[in-house]
Design a protein around this ligand. Structure first.
Ligand SMILES: C[S@@+](CC[C@H](N)C(=O)[O-])C[C@H]1O[C@@H](n2cnc3c(N)ncnc32)[C@H](O)[C@@H]1O
Length: 419
């Protein structure tokens, strides 16, 4: 595999089904199939490497979708090395392609990324119908190799938006997790079978619950606040109708998470996926004393809660949770000082990525304690996402770091690390 700040290149044993996979991967914006690989001789730009490669036949046969109307295509460039910067390269490659096509009397329209980005957004790809009318040609450049391929699927941003903003009950005050983040957290919860049960004991308006039902799971949700349960009821009923989810896939009740075992039906809960309470929401960074008081309150609550979870979780089950992290500067956060509330109750932290990869690719921002951070630029309270496992120790994840061979089919996801 190879990895850049926005892209990961993977070599797969078998082809994947993008239609099925794309809607399940909350943080992946595009799936790209690589077609060719080039070895760089020095510091050439992608347009220099690719100049002699493009021919009318190659573009038409290997890249473009058959389409009889006016063709439209786009070009995106991603880098594997954060130090590599390619100003205007996407435009240069697009003109190169356009010129070749026009020389053969093919009329085409090129869509180029919005300055200063070198990659098309999912909105540009979708609104211009690029995949249906031509192709999004994608170049991934590292220091030694240049990959070229085409986008085979793109995130349905409109549907994610609908699942967030069109719900009948929203609670801006308590905060709601974006559906795509909820989906990524569920994916981190383990290898589920259809109809497995997952629990969100701080369910709020039910975002994690709705996303889990969409992934074919059954869900149990609870919250201390009766209004939250009312909201979840309304939202899940709306969601069930909108997305044709079978009846009986969710159960809701009011409970303090610290006492949830008293009311929890005797379901075999395979994982707990929850945002938890993040404490007060702030418009600007709170004083250190205030942060310390919030952390103290949450440590007390989570000490009780993790002991409570241990009453019904099987060994090996995961708890994927958000903890508050106060953003002090661009990528500097004040984290909860300790996660002993879980570690002393028989939980361990599961690394989201193999340790060597987390160490090699610093831009992935895996913290010392094996968590990741999600936030938007304007947010003061970020979400530190951490995967705990109850009982037996995790097996370390391994992904081969081998070099990719030429012409193998590989997948590139355009990962959304930060919003
Ligand atoms: C950040 S919100 C969760 C939002 C939810 N993820 C969503 O997208 O709608 C945190 C929730 O935790 C609930 N809560 C706070 N303390 C709790 C406790 N001790 N037990 C159960 N729920 C609690 C709050 O009522 C609130 O609904």
């Amino acid at each position: 595999m190879a990895c850049g700040p926005e892209v990961v290149v993977l070599e797969l044993d078998q082809p994947l089904n993008p239609e099925k996979l794309q809607p399940r991967l909350g943080g992946v914006i595009k799936i790209i199939r690589l077609i060719d690989t080039f070895q760089k001789k020095g510091k050439e730009y992608p347009s220099q490497v690719l100049g002699p490669y493009f021919t009318f036949k190659k573009i038409n046969n290997d890249y473009f979708t058959p389409y009889t109307g006016k063709k439209q295509f786009g070009v995106s460039i991603y880098t594997l090395d954060p130090a590599l910067r390619f100003r205007e390269e996407a435009t240069r490659v697009a003109f190169l392609i356009k010129k070749i096509l026009q020389e053969d009397a093919l009329s085409v329209r090129a869509v180029i990324p919005l300055f200063p980005s070198q990659a098309l957004s999912s909105v540009q790809v979708t609104e211009n119908q690029i995949l249906a009318k031509g192709a999004e040609i994608v170049v991934v450049s590292g220091t030694q190799r240049v990959f070229i391929g085409k986008t085979i699927s793109v995130q349905n941003y409109e549907d994610y938006g609908r699942r967030d903003y069109q719900r009948p009950a929203r609670d801006e005050k308590a905060g709601m997790i974006p559906p795509k983040v909820a989906q990524s957290m569920i994916n981190l919860g383990g290898n589920f079978k259809p109809l497995d049960y997952v629990l969100d004991p701080f369910c709020g308006s039910g975002t994690i619950l709705q996303e889990a039902t969409l992934l074919g799971l059954r869900v149990v949700g609870s919250d201390l606040d009766s209004k939250a349960i009312e909201n979840s009821e309304k939202n899940l009923e709306w969601f069930r109708n909108r997305y044709h989810i079978a009846i009986g896939r969710y159960k809701l009740f009011q409970s303090d998470a610290a006492e949830i075992s008293l009311q929890l039906p005797k379901f075999d809960i395979k994982a707990i996926i929850t945002e938890g309470t993040l404490g007060p929401i702030y418009g600007q960074v709170p004083k250190k004393t205030e942060m310390a008081a919030n952390f103290k309150m949450l440590t007390k609550l989570y000490s009780q809660v993790f002991k409570e979870f241990a009453k019904f979780l099987q060994s090996g089950c995961r708890v994927v949770m958000c903890l508050p992290a106060y953003k002090l500067r661009a990528s500097e956060y004040e984290y909860m000082p300790s996660i002993d509330f879980a570690l002393t109750s028989g939980y361990t932290v599961v690394d989201p990525l193999p340790k060597d990869i987390a160490k090699k690719y610093k831009f992935l921002k895996i913290t010392e304690r094996g968590s990741t951070v999600y936030d938007r630029k304007d947010q003061v309270v970020a979400r530190e996402i951490i995967i705990f496992q109850y009982g037996k120790l995790q097996e370390e994840l391994t992904i081969s770091n081998d070099q990719l061979s030429n012409n193998d089919q590989v997948l590139i996801g355009n990962l959304e690390l930060e919003n």
